[in-house]
Design a protein around this ligand. Sequence first.
Ligand SMILES: *[C@@H]1O[C@H](CO)[C@@H](O)[C@H](O)[C@H]1NC(C)=O
Ligand SMILES: *[C@@H]1O[C@H](CO)[C@@H](O)[C@H](O)[C@H]1NC(C)=O
Ligand SMILES: *[C@@H]1O[C@H](CO)[C@@H](O)[C@H](O)[C@H]1NC(C)=O
Ligand SMILES: *[C@@H]1O[C@H](CO)[C@@H](O)[C@H](O)[C@H]1NC(C)=O
Ligand SMILES: *[C@@H]1O[C@H](CO)[C@@H](O)[C@H](O)[C@H]1NC(C)=O
Ligand SMILES: *[C@@H]1O[C@H](CO)[C@@H](O)[C@H](O)[C@H]1NC(C)=O
Ligand SMILES: *[C@@H]1O[C@H](CO)[C@@H](O)[C@H](O)[C@H]1NC(C)=O
Ligand SMILES: *[C@@H]1O[C@H](CO)[C@@H](O)[C@H](O)[C@H]1NC(C)=O
Ligand SMILES: *[C@@H]1O[C@H](CO)[C@@H](O)[C@H](O)[C@H]1NC(C)=O
Ligand SMILES: *[C@@H]1O[C@H](CO)[C@@H](O)[C@H](O)[C@H]1NC(C)=O
Ligand SMILES: *[C@@H]1O[C@H](CO)[C@@H](O)[C@H](O)[C@H]1NC(C)=O
Ligand SMILES: *[C@@H]1O[C@H](CO)[C@@H](O)[C@H](O)[C@H]1NC(C)=O
Length: 713
Amino acid sequence: MNWITALALLFSVTLLEARLLGIPTSNFASSDGELRLSTLDCIVVDAKYAETVDERGQTLIPPTLKEFAETFAGDLKLLGGTGSVRVGDRPSAGSIFLTVGERSTYIDVAERQASEGYFLNVSSDGITITGASPLGAWWGTRTILQQAALSNGSIPYGVGTDSPWWATRGMMLDAGRHYYPPEFLVEMCAYMSFFKQNTFHVHLSDNLYNNVDIYSRERSLDLYARFRLWSDSEDVAGLNKYKNESYTREQFNHVQSACSARGVTILPEIEAPGHSLVFVQWKPELGLSDDLSLLNVSHPETIPTMKKVWSTFLPWFHSKTVHIGADEYTAEVNDYNVFVNSMADHIWTVSNKSTRIWGTFPPNYTQPGYTNIYKNVSVQHWEFFEDMPLQDYIMNNYSVLNSDDTFYVVNKWSGSYPQVVNISRTFTGNPATDNGSWYPYVFDTHNMTNNPIRSEPLILGEIAPLWNDYGANATVYLEAYYAWQEGIPALADKQWGGDLLANEFDRTLQTLLPAIPGQNLQRQIPSQGSTILEYSLEDAHHLATNRSNIVADLSGNGYDASTTCKKTNNALVINPSCSLKTPLTSKGRNFTLTTSFLLKTLSDRTNATLISGSDSSLMLTPNITFFSSGEYFRLNTSLPMGQKVNLTIIGRGNRTFALLDRNAEEEFLTKVGINGARFVWAPMGIEAPLEEVGGLGCGWNGEFYGMKLTGEA
Ligand SMILES: *[C@@H]1O[C@H](CO)[C@@H](O)[C@H](O)[C@H]1NC(C)=O
Ligand SMILES: *[C@@H]1O[C@H](CO)[C@@H](O)[C@H](O)[C@H]1NC(C)=O
Ligand SMILES: *[C@@H]1O[C@H](CO)[C@@H](O)[C@H](O)[C@H]1NC(C)=O
Ligand SMILES: *[C@@H]1O[C@H](CO)[C@@H](O)[C@H](O)[C@H]1NC(C)=O
Ligand SMILES: *[C@@H]1O[C@H](CO)[C@@H](O)[C@H](O)[C@H]1NC(C)=O
Ligand SMILES: *[C@@H]1O[C@H](CO)[C@@H](O)[C@H](O)[C@H]1NC(C)=O
Ligand SMILES: *[C@@H]1O[C@H](CO)[C@@H](O)[C@H](O)[C@H]1NC(C)=O
Ligand SMILES: *[C@@H]1O[C@H](CO)[C@@H](O)[C@H](O)[C@H]1NC(C)=O
Ligand SMILES: *[C@@H]1O[C@H](CO)[C@@H](O)[C@H](O)[C@H]1NC(C)=O
Ligand SMILES: *[C@@H]1O[C@H](CO)[C@@H](O)[C@H](O)[C@H]1NC(C)=O
Ligand SMILES: *[C@@H]1O[C@H](CO)[C@@H](O)[C@H](O)[C@H]1NC(C)=O
Ligand SMILES: *[C@@H]1O[C@H](CO)[C@@H](O)[C@H](O)[C@H]1NC(C)=O
């Protein structure tokens, strides 16, 4: 063809590839005009499909179309919509009609039918979303919410068919070496769901150091190792010793259903036969004598023990696939293969679930006496020094999930990996397109020979992990969110098959962040002005109310506190049997929280709580201390007794400071251990506690004069 034809073709292709800017971008041909979301008055769920569920996805507890509609209605309510849902036969004027219908155009990158596609039609009559399944319709509702946020409440007229190129799109959280509360997982699912990710892989067991062979047997048996599920079954009695940092069946169910309600499947992982110190601490005879973090697969009790563990917990799990770990086992290959196949057999026999493993030993052993892992075990590749995804797996007919360490995050500090997702690689990590967009078929960002073709059907998708190599005291819970705040949307675009450009990313994300329903991971507090909250017992205004149990908020936001403590004319008299309670719980970065106290007595000088909140407590131990995420972070300063002091806490970006009167700011730091050999000091980003001053067990007597919170630092 000549260059004019080529140009014309290029031009028409550009026109055909009309898209909506969102994260991910969606295929959509806009026409003139737009629909204001506020003019729509209800959601109508097609009566024919109201009870339909998506059976092709990974979850075993899929919501019905009507249930998705109800969650969507709640999201719209937040945007000022009416939020009413009814079941009906057809759309009404000004409705959002949700229905299900097969279309040959819902296809994935390998041109197979995609169950998560949707067709969106926006006109002056209203909106129709036709999902390939209820889940597909749900992703269509995310497009509506995003467009409304990006265009000041309006959606352009037009039509579009959009479906994900890959079926597995999501993140993996290391909850083995750091506990995360159930609600944190639920909020993360809401965040992921907004960007159309559908899988949250939760790593539920691990130990702090994988090279425990450097420790003595005694020391190894004492290292940090955790199993996060709590069961009262005799079969696992003694395995988990930390109930307050575990998930009960009820909690795990709650997480799975709350995530599923937003289209996200929890994919649980229990790791063995490597990273298995927690099992060896439980049954020391099962460890390999030269490295107790590895199970001795040839010990006659090892496989039966792990089968019992799986039998106990399989009934808890509502996903079609479970993950048995099988990462970084450095002992016998054949033992490894026998272990993987025994577990896969057992899991299938007991629960009809499929098994997934981390790529560790390539299945290329052909010598007599070797058994390779079954072809129906899917493999999560993470590093080329372990295996070659194309040559070792795809060419041998194994399904592969891309978790290449291109997008690894190690929380807070690492000698080898970044602390936030390297998002620029999502825009430039493709060697086949001259540093064009990365997609899940790109395992090797440098050498295209190691990547399959884009439409390779054995690629499941991508999951990007966050590891807590330095354990629980390196971070507070929400620091995991900040490590992923940009990474989730940047990866989600490409996991879906979107074509968001680097120069569109930041402004699009900044506009979307405040509009993400189902979560408040930034712990934001609505406020009219820059002062969010202000109590002053010294200000005569607080006496204006004749209700003695109220302390008025002077900020204008109406966040009045209630108290059971005695008021004097300039202070609140605090003791361990009374408190001041605010209607707020926690404030995320940035913040300045100024407080004013006088301490008279401490009942336990190492355990007094000045202010507590849902994410942290400000304590005296006797040094000024934050207790957050189960860990203590101490300064070198304490508070003087018997004199009035002003204590200011500042959350400035990912760092936290305290300021006592007019002294210099002092920073809250953590000491991150590097393989037990050396340490680095690293900053902490801790949320401000806002819930209660004093209270039961606070451990101090004294006076409280007031506090003020702003969103600046
Ligand atoms: C979109 O909806 C409008 C209004 O209901 C309808 O007239 C139009 O035919 C629909 N377009 C498509 C492509 O389905
Ligand atoms: C956004 O929409 C509102 C009406 O809902 C309108 O008053 C306002 O001017 C619009 N802002 C912009 C920037 O278009
Ligand atoms: C593994 O267990 C077998 C059987 O109990 C035992 O003979 C062997 O010494 C153990 N190996 C190691 C390295 O601990
Ligand atoms: C199997 O593959 C790995 C890496 O891909 C390679 O290092 C190893 O030599 C191969 N082993 C055999 C027996 O082919
Ligand atoms: C903390 O923020 C600074 C400045 O934005 C950044 O350079 C640094 O990488 C961040 N640290 C972590 C652990 O996220
Ligand atoms: C790219 O990968 C191929 C196949 O693994 C290998 O033979 C080749 O040496 C690699 N090229 C470079 C530049 O590393
Ligand atoms: C769980 O209990 C232990 C022991 O009492 C304590 O050290 C830890 O801080 C608690 N964890 C949380 C998250 O509160
Ligand atoms: C408390 O502060 C003192 C200095 O005032 C310091 O020597 C001590 O190490 C601090 N304690 C802790 C546990 O950080
Ligand atoms: C918080 O403060 C830091 C440092 O002043 C600034 O870089 C950052 O943009 C602020 N973040 C927010 C969310 O305001
Ligand atoms: C504490 O703050 C108040 C009000 O901002 C101020 O008047 C007072 O001087 C401060 N006290 C000290 C000891 O810094
Ligand atoms: C954090 O835990 C490590 C052990 O993993 C310990 O060496 C270090 O001192 C702890 N840091 C703090 C601030 O307590
Ligand atoms: C501190 O005091 C509180 C309230 O009395 C108590 O629940 C907690 O266990 C104490 N913590 C320590 C470390 O003693």
